[in-house]
Design a protein around this ligand. Structure first.
Ligand code: FES
Length: 118
């Protein structure tokens, strides 16, 4: 199955867009570096629509006591309901269990269109 979601410029870097692939709700994320990723638009916890969450970064503790660095700006998809965070580069649930992953779909750019495949 193939779905043209929108034109490439319709999703700004660091933003996302919801759509559907057949009966499957999907969310297409565009990272700050311009890469596109598509996932089932349902949180693994209680099914919240992830497209209503936020694409952001996260604070990671450094080896220096009390210091944090902001990492992965625009690469972390945060659930709107209870805050689970997913790494959009691989769909893994960052804190709870990185081995639990969102269902992902192939995304290509074809003639300036964002196309998702199942
Ligand atoms: S539904 Fe996403 S964290 Fe609870």
């Amino acid at each position: 199955m193939r779905k043209v979601v929108c034109e490439k410029e319709d999703i700004d870097p660091g933003d996302m867009k919801s759509d559907s692939l057949g009966i499957i709700p999907i969310v297409v994320c565009r990272t700050k570096d311009g890469e596109f990723y598509a996932f089932a638009n349902r949180c693994l916890h209680q099914g919240a629509p992830l497209s209503e969450g936020a694409l952001r970064g996260d604070n990671k503790r450094t080896t220096v006591h009390g210091n944090y660095e902001y990492i992965k700006e625009g690469e972390i998809l945060r659930c709107p309901w209870h805050g689970l965070e997913y790494d959009v580069k691989n769909g893994g649930c960052m804190l709870a269990d990185p081995e639990q992953k969102l269902r992902n779909f192939e995304v290509t750019i074809e003639e300036n269109n964002v196309v998702v495949y199942k």
